[in-house]
Write a protein that binds this ligand. Structure first.
Ligand SMILES: [Ca+2]
Ligand SMILES: [Ca+2]
Ligand SMILES: [Ca+2]
Length: 479
């Protein structure tokens, strides 16, 4: 099996290491491809991706999808991947730009085995959640929290109680109507919030094995397709939320236009564990306070920018301290030096305020917060909710002229690998280099409706890591 571990968290750093070792440049970053050493040993708490966008069919809401647990091989019974009952999973929203959460959604889980004397996850022909043949069922609670300016909880409300998690797609004999089955896992609350939690096709797409080799072979391109989606067919564990704008904005009102003072929100995701926990403990029965063990906002920062010695610390800290703790690594990114050393792309190596602005401060007039915290550098995915969804999304997002995509939020279709490589090379400061990995889209088409992320391939039918993008003519930088 190709190694999908640490998937996109470690993606670019991994690709850089692979490329470096291929031409024997001593970069001194060691043989380990683990991105953040501690969390790579704790995959069930590992954030892999966060998406936040305005869906075309729900323009008065923010849609947030968060994924955990990288590299889930579908054919993996009898104990399939699932959320950890002993962890707490969060989506956070900052609506004034100080990097302190204002709204949070906390997911906790509880797994029941109905018949401990059976080895089967579910019996043949299982139809729905009430079917007694469904032997293992995981349920979740979701609590909506509101915080003061110090991030302390001032209001807490359980909005979902014992809701069913969409099970893994074991195979057609077990779940003959899988799509219908898991559609029951979509819930709409009284306040208009939609929820889905469960197994999905991993929406991230990347040629993990050959990113930089392709650039090496076709210098100046890397943009002609022919890449292999090494994450194709793998599963992920997802939470998808669709929240009416008035429930996330700073003034409790819908967003009237892109210029409205309440238009921009920042999104990130975290995982918490008990400070002292033991494997025998039941849910909530560990000891000690809850501590954050994983954090993810933009799909670039901890992967590429934060050096190995700081990555575990990054996972423990909060966005409001990002500038103080990690600012130097953003302005002088190691990856720019690596790209230059390997491929001579003339990427600026210092003073990269363009990267700080694109990812941490927000782009003025697009996705920068307004008000007294405008331009504060924090690693959140900043989305202007007043920008309408694009009828023709461009996979390059903003650098492709489509302001409804990354880094104005992040849609599942956004090709963040190509975008990030081109941003590091300097497309925002007049150095367009048509870098890419040759994979332009997900292996599975996204759904046009909630929860948008595609059904997972079945364990019976899966053949992960095999989908290859057809070759195509070169695409210039920025698409
Ligand atoms: Ca805030
Ligand atoms: Ca996929
Ligand atoms: Ca790509």
């Amino acid at each position: 099996m190709r190694n999908p571990l640490g998937a996109r968290r470690g993606l670019l750093a991994l690709a850089a290491v692979a490329a470096a070792s291929a031409i024997a440049v001593p970069l001194g970053i060691g043989s380990s491809h683990r991105e953040a050493p501690n969390i790579s040993l704790d995959p069930s708490a590992d954030n892999t991706d966060v998406y936040a966008w305005t869906a075309p069919d729900a323009q008065g809401a923010i849609t947030i999808a968060s994924d955990w647990i990288p590299g889930q091989v579908p054919a993996n019974g009898p104990n399939f991947f699932r959320f950890d009952d002993r962890a707490r999973y969060y989506d956070y929203i900052d609506n004034d730009g100080d990097g302190v959460q204002d709204i949070g959604y906390r997911f906790t889980f509880d797994t029941e085995t109905r018949n401990p004397n059976s080895f089967l996850y579910a019996g043949p022909g299982t139809q729905d959640f009430s079917d007694p043949k469904l032997n293992v069922i995981q349920r979740y609670d979701v609590v909506r929290e509101e915080y003061n300016r110090h991030g302390q909880v001032v209001r807490s409300r359980k909005i979902g109680d014992d809701l069913p998690v969409a099970p893994p797609n074991i195979g057609p004999k077990t779940f003959p109507n899988y799509s219908n089955f898991v559609s029951q896992a979509t819930k709409t609350l009284k306040d208009g919030t939609k929820l889905f939690v469960g197994t999905r096709d991993d929406p991230f797409f990347v040629d993990l094995g050959a990113t930089f080799d392709a650039i090496n072979v076709r210098m100046g391109t890397g943009n002609e397709g022919a890449g292999r989606d090494d994450l194709s067919g793998y599963w992920t564990s997802s939470t998808v939320l669709q929240i009416p704008e008035r429930l996330v904005t700073r003034n409790g009102q819908p967003v009237a236009s892109p210029d409205s003072p309440n238009a921009v929100v920042g999104v990130w995701s975290t995982t918490e564990r008990r400070k002292i926990d033991v494997s025998e403990s039941k849910k909530g029965h560990g000891y000690g306070k809850w501590v954050q063990v994983s954090r993810l906002g933009n799909p670039l920062v901890n992967e590429v920018v934060i050096p190995l010695g700081q990555k575990d610390r990054f996972n423990r800290t909060t966005p409001d301290r990002d500038a103080q703790l990690y600012g130097q690594y953003v302005t002088n990114p190691e990856l720019a030096r690596i790209l230059n050393a390997l491929f001579d792309v003339h990427a600026p190596e210092t003073g990269r305020t363009d990267i700080v602005q694109a990812l941490l401060q927000g782009i003025p007039g697009l996705n920068q917060h307004s008000g007294k915290f405008a331009g504060t550098p924090v690693d959140t995915l900043k989305l202007n909710l007043g920008v309408p969804a694009s009828p023709n999304p461009d996979r390059f997002g903003v650098i492709g002229g489509d302001n409804a995509g990354f880094p104005n939020g992040r849609r599942p279709t956004d090709d963040v690998v190509d975008i990030e490589l081109q941003v590091i090379a300097g497309i925002l400061v007049g150095n367009p280099v048509p870098l890419g990995d040759g994979v332009d889209q997900n292996d599975e088409p996204f759904l046009s409706h909630f929860p948008y992320l595609a059904d997972p391939q079945s364990g019976f039918d899966s053949n992960p890591g095999q989908v290859v993008t057809p070759p195509h003519p070169p695409v210039p930088a920025g698409g």
